[in-house]
Ligand binder design. Structure first.
Ligand code: UDP
Length: 330
């Protein structure tokens, strides 16, 4: 059995990673300030340290209280739009917190680190599907903050022997197939939960952000990857770090789906129409973002098990239907 520190473990992707670790018998300590995470997303029996990552004294105490085999770092500001309004805040928080966390881990002798990174690193990609050799050129401060963290970790790898895995997520969606966790953001900005809520009559009609892109149906294409598959990618990365050096992986399902195809999937799976209208483009949205996840598959044996859009929608629908107010319902 191993023990892991999971920052942001009360958030969407973090909480699913916690479940994946518990399911294989590991011990987990969650560190979260609950600014976006939910206390109810932390399973019973898991220690929740409610703390700010800026609190270096507290961080040192956490590392002194437990010996961790690795840190999984999910806690971050993650809204592209907000980062365009407050660039310095985003960069200062994401970079400062991540690198101080890595520093505290290194000081405590914990030399394995898994970073939640992002497809936003690639900005308007030079080619699709996006592999790890594609040019890194973020087009917003959020993406750039993750680039800076990756670079900082690289220095720590060279100088301190840290082994890190930077996992660049594409569009995380869906929820735990056993219904133990789900997606609950405030405000909710993501397509899948918004489309489901519109179908359930819980929100006004969905606005499709543009239908004049250079794609077959004119709407943006994204790579929706099931959050439980993302969680198992973390396990695969942890295993690889036991025997190999640092790595960077792009993680998607490998299948692109347009906004209209997501709406069609929600209507098919949910059996109800998704009221929607076509609106203007959203600033900063590239037409197509699809991952090439070949490196992760080849180097770790990872395979998505819930790779279809219907799996994503089915699990997301079940959780949202059961939790009309998200985690507040529990
Ligand atoms: N989208 C949309 N209407 C919405 C929210 C999202 O048309 O109300 C589109 C958005 O333009 C993008 C896709 O859905 O092409 C996925 O957006 P989301 O915000 O879920 O994830 P992102 O791709 O920004 O990480």
């Amino acid at each position: 059995m191993s023990r892991y520190l999971v920052t942001g473990g009360a958030g969407f992707v973090g909480s699913h990673a916690v479940l994946a670790l518990l399911d294989r018998g590991d011990e987990v300590v969650v560190l979260d300030n609950l600014s976006q995470g939910h206390r109810a997303a932390v399973p019973a029996g898991v220690t929740l340290v409610e703390a700010e990552l800026a609190d270096t004294k507290r961080l040192a105490e956490v590392f002194a209280s437990w010996r961790f085999d690795a840190v999984l770092h999910f806690a971050a500001l993650s809204l592209v739009g907000a980062s365009m309004r407050e660039p310095l805040h985003y960069i200062a928080e994401n970079v400062g917190h991540s690198l101080r966390l890595a520093e505290a881990a290194i000081k405590a002798g914990c030399l394995r680190f898994v970073l939640s990174s992002t497809a936003a690193l690639f900005g308007e990609p030079e080619r699709v599907p996006i592999d790890e050799a594609c040019r890194v050129a973020p087009s917003n401060p959020y993406g750039d903050s993750k680039r800076m963290v990756e670079e900082g970790l690289d220095w720590a790898a060279r100088i301190h022997g840290l082994r890190y895995a930077a996992l660049r997520y594409f569009n995380a969606a869906g929820s735990d197939p056993q219904g133990r966790a789900g997606e609950d953001h405030d405000p909710e900005t993501h397509l899948v939960p918004l489309a489901i809520d519109a179908a359930l009559g819980r929100r006004p009609a969905l606005t499709v952000f543009g239908d004049d892109y250079a794609t077959p149906d004119g709407t943006c294409i994204r790579d929706y990857v099931h959050v439980t598959d993302l969680a198992t990618a973390h396990l695969a990365a942890l295993t690889r770090l036991e025997t190999h050096g640092s790595c960077r992986y792009n993680i998607g399902s490998g299948n692109g789906a347009s906004v209209k195809e997501v709406i069609a999937a929600v209507e098919r799976v949910g059996g109800r129409p998704v009221p929607h209208s076509i609106g203007p483009r959203r600033a900063g949205d590239p037409a197509v973002l699809v991952a090439a996840s070949d490196r992760l598959r080849a180097e770790t044996g990872w395979e998505p098990k819930l790779g279809s859009l219907d799996d994503i929608v089915r699990t997301a629908w079940a959780w949202r239907e059961a939790h009309p107010k998200g985690y507040d319902d529990r």
